[in-house]
Design a protein around this ligand. Structure first.
Ligand SMILES: Cc1cc2nc3c(=O)[nH]c(=O)nc-3n(C[C@H](O)[C@H](O)[C@H](O)COP(=O)(O)OP(=O)(O)OC[C@H]3O[C@@H](n4cnc5c(N)ncnc54)[C@H](O)[C@@H]3O)c2cc1C
Length: 480
């Protein structure tokens, strides 16, 4: 298609805060231009609003209310629900995988890398046994696990096992950890009233933090305030100690303490997506080094924002990895890309942002906040948290839905419906495997007839001129 080849191709990898806000801007500018094509690749067909993730885990809001489909937000940008498998910076092309083991190559003139980060673990055993709080699925699984364990504990005759089921540990006392434990504690204590056979004294909720003060991003006084309020709410806060290991049954701390527990939620740090490691560019703490204009200098036309990028502030220090930075970097980088494509280099500007403040919800309708240098705590900080994040949540439809959920939450107790129990998880796994093989077989009719699940081994897929990948890229997306 000679026409398509003449077009300037802008490719955005990742549709989180950085990628989405760049795409939103480009949708109204470059994407309108018939000589440009703007594309966005993300492994889900929606963007996730992470600051409200703990509210999903605690049953405060409906899960789908904190996600927004790209297709409702972007009119002209071409969307690919696909995983980024390989980035070839020398060849200026990206390989994506989609559906069931299909791959496609996308060439670009301008590339924005905004793939975010994943949870950082210190060992494999903890990684496989702990619950994460990074995706919508993580929040749903945590909610299900809490309810499932209440159900089991109410039947379990053995006291030690019951205690283990009713002990919930969170590792990490930063924003994600504090908000998660506050929400879990509220949910569990409120939910207990529907389980009269469980002695409420058996419930143990523990926060383990490696430093002396919680929420290190805040003023110390707010950290102490948060510790006091969490303890008041019945949470055991263990400071200055690290989690050493977790085998799925016992959480071992570095000071020798062993906490029998089935649930460990790991929120102790993030690291840029591993694909970044493969790129032949300068890195700082695994983040791509970009200049103040967010350009990756070794490769003209390549830009990086958000958690994957090390972007210097005016003093030379890197900006922190937060949503409020990523979304503003996304907006600025879009303008810089526009300036480049339109041949107006004088319009390329550095990213400059001074954080206005930070807010944390810590449970029981209390919060901690530092805004414009002022400290707030208690109900007012919680109210600020809700107001600010409701404003930041994309799209009016979702804002209204969340506001509605919050209003209902004032009048009704938390829902303890366990949507997916362990038997359902097993069934989903079977159905998923079966569908995967059926769809795989459908690509090459006549060759693969026996999907797994029939007791017969599914054959390896064959290739018919199209590219078929055999490894597992990132998450498999497709009509499971
Ligand atoms: C529980 C939690 C609470 C948080 N609360 C706050 C808060 O209150 N305030 C705040 O400022 N920050 C908060 N953060 C941090 C914030 O979410 C991140 O800093 C922000 O999301 C970074 O934006 P990003 O665009 O770099 O990455 P992300 O928003 O993570 O976006 C990356 C996107 O890339 C996609 N992706 C990744 N790999 C691939 C691949 N191989 N192929 C295709 N797509 C891929 C992902 O699905 C995702 O959509 C929180 C984080 C968590 C986990």
């Amino acid at each position: 298609m000679p026409d398509a080849q003449k077009k300037t191709r802008v490719l955005i990898l990742g549709g989180g805060f950085g990628g989405l806000y760049a795409a939103l801007r480009l949708d109204k500018t470059l994407a309108k231009d018939p000589d440009c094509e703007v594309s966005l690749v993300n492994d889900t067909n929606y963007t996730l609003f992470t600051p409200m993730l703990h509210e999903v885990a605690a049953s405060d809001i409906d899960p789908t209310n904190i996600i927004n489909p790209f297709r409702k937000m972007l009119k002209r940008v071409v969307c690919y629900e696909a995983g980024v498998r390989h980035i070839d910076l020398h060849g200026r092309k990206v390989t994506i995988d989609f559906g069931v083991r299909r791959t496609k190559e996308l060439e670009y003139d301008q590339l924005l890398i905004a793939l975010g980060s994943e949870t950082k673990f210190f060992d494999e055993q903890t990684r496989v046994n702990a619950v994460q709080m990074k995706s919508l699925t993580d929040a749903l699984l945590l909610r299900n696990q809490m309810i499932g364990l209440l159900e089991w504990a109410s039947i379990e005759p053995d006291e030690d096992r019951r205690r283990r089921m009713l002990t919930f540990v969170v590792a990490g006392g930063g924003f994600a950890g504090v908000e998660t434990i506050g929400a879990m504690n509220d949910f569990l204590r409120e939910g207990l009233r529907y389980y009269p056979k469980i002695d409420p004294k058996m419930l143990r909720v523990v926060l383990v933090h490696p430093h002396g003060v919680l929420l290190p991003e805040f003023d110390e006084a707010l950290g102490h305030y948060t510790t006091d309020r969490l303890r008041e709410a019945g949470i055991e806060v263990r400071l200055n100690v690290k989690v050493d290991s977790f085998d799925g049954q016992v959480v071992k701390l570095a000071d020798g303490t062993a906490i029998p527990a089935i649930t460990l939620v790991w929120t102790a740090g993030v690291v840029p997506m591993p694909i970044v490691d493969t790129l032949p560019v300068k890195k700082q703490k695994k983040r791509i080094v970009a200049n103040a204009c967010m350009q990756v200098e070794e490769f003209p036309g390549v830009w990086a924002v958000g958690d994957v990028a090390d972007i210097p502030d005016p003093t030379g220090k890197p900006y922190p990895a937060t949503a409020q930075h990523a979304m503003r970097e996304g907006k600025r980088v879009a303008k810089n890309i526009e300036a480049t494509v339109r041949g107006r280099p004088e319009r390329i500007k550095p990213f400059k942002y001074k954080m206005l403040g930070q807010l944390a919800a810590i449970g029981r309708r209390r919060g901690a906040a530092q805004v414009f240098g002022l400290r707030f705590s208690g109900f007012i900080a919680w109210w600020l948290w809700r107001t600010v994040y409701l404003m930041k949540l994309p799209r009016i439809e979702k804002k209204l839905r969340v506001a509605f959920d919050w209003t209902l939450d004032l009048f009704f107790s938390k829902d303890v419906v366990q949507i997916i129990n362990i038997k359902e998880i097993q069934r989903f796994t079977e159905i998923g495997t079966r569908r995967f093989h059926l769809l795989d077989a459908a690509k090459n009719p006549g060759e693969v007839e026996h999907p797994a699940g029939d007791g017969r081994a599914a054959p390896e897929p064959a290739t018919h001129g199209e590219t078929v990948s055999t490894g597992s890229g990132s998450r498999v997306s497709g009509p499971g």
